[in-house]
Design a protein around this ligand. Structure first.
Ligand SMILES: [Zn+2]
Length: 303
């Protein structure tokens, strides 16, 4: 990589020509696409960043690049660059600049040099949703009336997606296991705010527990553990608050819904946990041991 960078420097200094190997099918290099978007002094700083190896990682997904760039004071910024029809680029960076920044330009250079990877991702499953109007039509009139009265302020009543989720979750469309799993797996692989996604999942699981939709709470817990396992980050979390919380949720699911212990998905999943040594997890162990006791009484012999 160092050698390639030196070559670029030499060629750009000596000939000022664009580099054939970096051109796309239309003959326009990535750097040329970005040419007019950055002020000269930002380009210089971005170039310094690039040659100082501050672009820590860059991933290509379709026409979008996701990079982590080390800024000043050890801050790590997330950069996203969308290539729109090979005609222009759109940039996002988490740094405070409100103009095209050096982190983005350093990423442009990484892409130009082919310094990115293209990981295998799961298919993106879109969120299954209804409009507010469609949800309101599904809620029985009395139920709707009571909730609206209970939440109305003197002068206004705010109804948005969160309000519906908090009050009418049972009328909202369910998401599939694949939705939770695939999106979380992809977020982990792309290192894209996956902690935030897990918090959202846990929050929804808690709401499902509250309204007695235990199977839906279960598939969320399962998707978190399997998604993290398959993306290679579960081990790091083995003794964290997250696993503690998952253990509590799973215990709650089984205590309140013993039928789930006969569900094939659930039983196979416990077997999967065992095969992957997650019984050794400090926080899951207690939960699993309790579940095993119940399962033994159901004559399931495989655990
Ligand atoms: Zn930036």
């Amino acid at each position: 990589m160092k050698e390639e960078k030196e070559n670029i420097l030499l060629e750009s200094e000596d000939t000022n020509e664009k580099f054939d190997c970096f051109e796309d099918d239309y003959g326009i290099s990535f750097e040329e696409l970005a040419e007019a978007d950055f002020a000269p002094h930002i380009k210089k700083r971005g170039e310094d960043y690039y040659f100082e190896d501050r672009v820590l990682d860059c991933i290509k997904v379709g026409d979008t690049y996701y990079a982590k760039v080390e800024g000043s004071h050890d801050n790590i910024y997330s950069v996203i660059i969308h290539n729109i029809d090979d005609e222009f680029l759109e940039y996002e960076c988490t740094c405070p600049c409100d103009f095209p920044c050096k982190h983005e330009y350093a990423t442009v250079l990484a892409i130009e040099e082919g310094n990115y990877r293209e990981p295998d991702l799961k298919p993106i499953i879109s969120y299954n949703h209804l409009t507010i109007k469609e949800v309101l039509k599904k809620i029985p009139a009395e139920d709707l009336k009571e909730t609206l009265i209970a939440n109305a302020k003197d002068e206004y009543l705010e109804i948005d997606a969160h309000f519906l989720e908090d009050n009418f979750l049972k009328y909202l469309p369910k998401q599939s296991y694949e939705y939770y799993y695939n999106n979380l797996y992809n977020d982990i692989v792309l290192d894209h705010c996956y902690d935030e996604n897990i918090s959202i999942y846990l929050n929804v699981a808690r709401k499902y527990l509250k309204i007695g939709e235990y199977y839906d709470a279960f598939i969320i817990c399962k998707s978190i553990i399997e998604g993290m396992h398959d993306a290679g980050v579960f081990e790091e979390e083995n003794s964290s608050n997250l696993v503690l919380k998952l253990g509590v949720y799973l215990r709650n699911i089984c205590r309140n819904n013993s039928e789930i212990l006969k569900n094939e998905d659930f039983v196979n999943w416990l077997k999967w946990l065992k095969d992957n040594n997650y019984y050794d997890s400090m926080y899951l162990e207690d939960t699993i041991l309790n579940l095993k006791k119940v399962i033994f009484t159901l004559d399931n012999e495989f655990l």
